[in-house]
Write a protein that binds this ligand. Structure first.
Ligand code: PLP
Length: 495
């Protein structure tokens, strides 16, 4: 069965999976969605005996139907290899009454690695399939994490270059160290004298600059983005939910066919949407619990059907969820609007013009799979302490938002369904907040001191990714002013 992709705001013209991956965003501003969700026609019994890579193949091959078996297996094998520090790739750990699905064993010890380690290969394969001759240049502005994860994914992938801009004084010491020590002949890191918004705006401008596009084309390059709305990031995320379910059946934690809940610490809504897709493929799921931090736009949306971004932006200890516009939610809106692109476009237009939209009663009925909870900063710290005290299991701040949300859900519902919590970052990535939650005074301590104290305290070994940057040489030291960003790109590509 051929699966095609349509825009959530389009007139109905469909493209292949590889075309959707190459394009990223549709020209009409919409997101690509599969015309139908394929069913997973492999018995769980069989899946439970497969490796992560084999399960990923079963899932990806159902969605990306214009890729050959050989192409997909190549992409999967290049992605899920020794960059991950455990052979299970996404292990499940039972702690404090739930199953933590650890999605942080990749190069940057956070869950974006799950998708960003395969996207470069899906993208270069797509370029070949569609006779794109130019070399692909990934251009990103980052406030810290995504840029690093993208670089780790693209480093030394033939046919690509990646250029990352970050605000010189706007990222943490560890984040900066991670970036400036990035290896790979095709990676370029440039810091700017400006903030994240300046970097983001300048990058968007370059994407839309037709003169620059022509110049690049002449030199054999074209820009692309590794954005979280790319369907090539969403589909690989479905795989780990299928893998988690199959592992639970395999280990006897649940019976085949028994339902599970899935709790996801949510920002852009990509990870939890992948969980919905896993359910729609046939994985038995009871509730999808959407966990928010104090930027609780999604909690309010699930409560009353109004999405309203007009509110104060709060900086929290779970920064990767500090988001007021969850771009992947558009794919769910399209779905509950009965796959109606006009209705979807109308609501998204209202969001950009008025800052809010309200869905209809009919659409609300389509949200029955979900429920929303949120955690304050205190709740989050408490969840870290509770999980440690009850089970001697250390979780990061993002995962803690989900763990705290789950606790509230159980208190409200008394639901005893076995539950998977998506664990999205290693506690070592947010050591300062984690150790503070456990009562350690972290003021006036540098990040690496905290890392060592965390090891002494918990006995959890320091991940390779952290150990490496401690001593790694600085390989990137370019600093530019904001207006000079396009010239910095020219210099890199056309020297
Ligand atoms: C990106 C991120 C999230 C949020 O995931 P979405 O797919 O954007 O909802 C949660 N936790 C961590 C650590 C992240 O990096």
């Amino acid at each position: 069965m051929q699966i095609l992709y349509k825009s959530t705001r389009g007139k109905g013209e469909a493209v292949t999976a590889s075309q959707a991956i190459l394009q990223g965003l549709s020209k009409d501003g919409g997101l690509y969605v599969p015309t139908q969700i394929p069913s997973l026609d492999v018995p769980v019994e069989k899946l439970s005996q497969m490796s992560y890579q084999e399960v990923a193949y079963e899932v990806l091959s159902r969605f990306l139907t214009d890729y050959t078996e050989e192409e997909l297996k190549h992409c999967i094998n290049c992605a899920y290899d020794s960059k991950f520090d455990v052979k299970e790739i996404a292990p499940l750990t039972r702690a404090d009454g739930a199953y933590f699905l650890e999605l942080y064993h990749g190069a940057t010890i956070a869950f974006k690695d799950m998708a960003l380690s395969i996207l470069p290969h899906l993208l270069t394969t797509a370029a070949k399939k569609n006779q794109v001759k130019n070399e692909i240049v990934i251009l990103t502005a980052t406030s810290g994490d995504t840029g690093k994860a993208a670089m780790a994914g693209f480093a030394d992938v033939p046919g690509t270059k990646i250029i990352v801009f970050y605000p010189k004084n706007g990222v943490s010491a560890i984040q900066e160290k991670q970036m400036v020590t990035q290896k790979g002949k095709n990676t370029y890191v440039v810091s700017i004298n400006g903030n994240f918004d300046d970097a983001q705006t300048a990058v968007k401008k370059m994407f839309n600059d037709s003169e620059m596009k022509a110049e690049l084309d002449q030199a054999g390059y074209q820009f692309s983005s590794a954005n979280s709305i790319n369907i090539g990031r969403l589909v690989p995320q479905v795989a780990y939910y299928v893998y988690a379910y199959a592992s639970m059946v395999g280990s006897g934690a649940i019976r085949d066919g028994e339902k599970i809940n899935i709790v996801v610490p949510t920002g852009n809504f990509g990870n939890i949407l992948a969980a919905l897709y896993a359910k729609l493929m046939g994985i038995p799921v009871n509730k999808l619990i959407c966990a928010s931090n104090e930027n609780k736009v999604l909690y309010d949306f699930f409560a009353d059907g109004t999405y309203d971004r007009r509110r104060e932006f709060v900086l929290t200890s779970s920064p990767s969820m500090d988001i007021l516009i969850s771009s992947n939610l558009e794919r769910l809106i399209y779905r509950i609007a009965g796959n109606d692109p006009l209705k979807c476009a109308e609501l998204m237009n209202s969001l950009s013009v008025n800052g809010s939209y309200t869905i209809t009663e009919d659409m609300k009925a389509g949200l029955a799979d979900f429920c929303g909870y949120y955690c304050s900063e205190e709740d989050t710290a408490q969840a870290i302490a509770d999980t440690w005290n009850h089970s001697r299991y250390l979780i990061d701040t993002h995962t803690a938002v989900a763990a705290g949300a789950y606790r509230k859900y159980v208190k409200d519902t008394r639901d005893e369904t076995p539950t998977v919590i998506a664990s999205t970052a290693s506690p070592y990535k947010f050591g300062r907040s984690v150790m503070s939650a456990l009562g350690l005074n972290c003021e006036a301590k540098d990040d690496f001191t905290i890392v060592d104290e965390m090891t002494a305290f918990s006995g959890v070994p320091v991940p390779k990714a952290v150990e490496e940057i401690r001593t790694a040489p600085v390989l990137h030291d370019t600093v530019v002013d904001v207006p000079d960003m396009p010239d910095a790109v020219r210099k890199i590509l056309m020297k």
